[in-house]
Design a protein around this ligand. Structure first.
Ligand SMILES: [Zn+2]
Length: 150
């Protein structure tokens, strides 16, 4: 275990170069990144990721990958919530499109239904008008006939 990071508190400004977003898996040098625990008085028991090569050689002031575990996990959470937000937007947009299509189909169905009903009513009305016309004509004829008879 190492005590190298006794003076760094939180943001590792000296090691900001080559900073990895999220949990580092591998150092730029090709070595795996290991998880260790700080024994410093500034950060007692705080876990950190460090390049296995740098940890083995106990290098200080190197550029090998180093990152606090809590910061790495926070990065991961932020990245995940960003991705979830984007997915949510995509889903909402797709759902909106689906609902718009359904609404258009329903609208078309209603329109055709209303048109069919209107045609029925119109043809019924035409029939009624024809019947009434026939009655009027018959009435007139009977009047004419009756007036001639009398
Ligand atoms: Zn390294």
């Amino acid at each position: 275990m190492s005590n190298e990071f006794g003076n760094s508190s939180g943001a590792s400004s000296a090691r900001a170069r080559g900073r990895v977003v999220g949990v580092p898996k591998r150092c730029w040098c090709g070595e795996l990144v290991v998880s260790l625990m700080s024994k410093s008085t500034a950060n007692p028991y705080r876990r950190y990721f460090w390049c296995a090569f740098a940890a083995e050689k106990r290098l200080s002031n190197d550029n090998h990958t180093y990152k606090w575990v809590d910061e790495a996990l926070l990065d991961e959470v932020e990245a995940l919530s960003f991705r979830i937000g984007k997915l949510e937007q995509t889903i909402l947009a797709e759902r909106g499109e689906e609902e718009r299509k359904k609404f258009e189909e329903l609208e078309l169905k209603l329109e055709t239904g209303i048109c069919a009903r209107m045609e029925d009513v119109m043809s019924e009305a035409k029939c009624e008008v024809k019947k009434a016309l026939v009655l009027v004509v018959l009435g007139c004829l009977t009047m004419v006939v009756l007036s001639k008879v009398i």
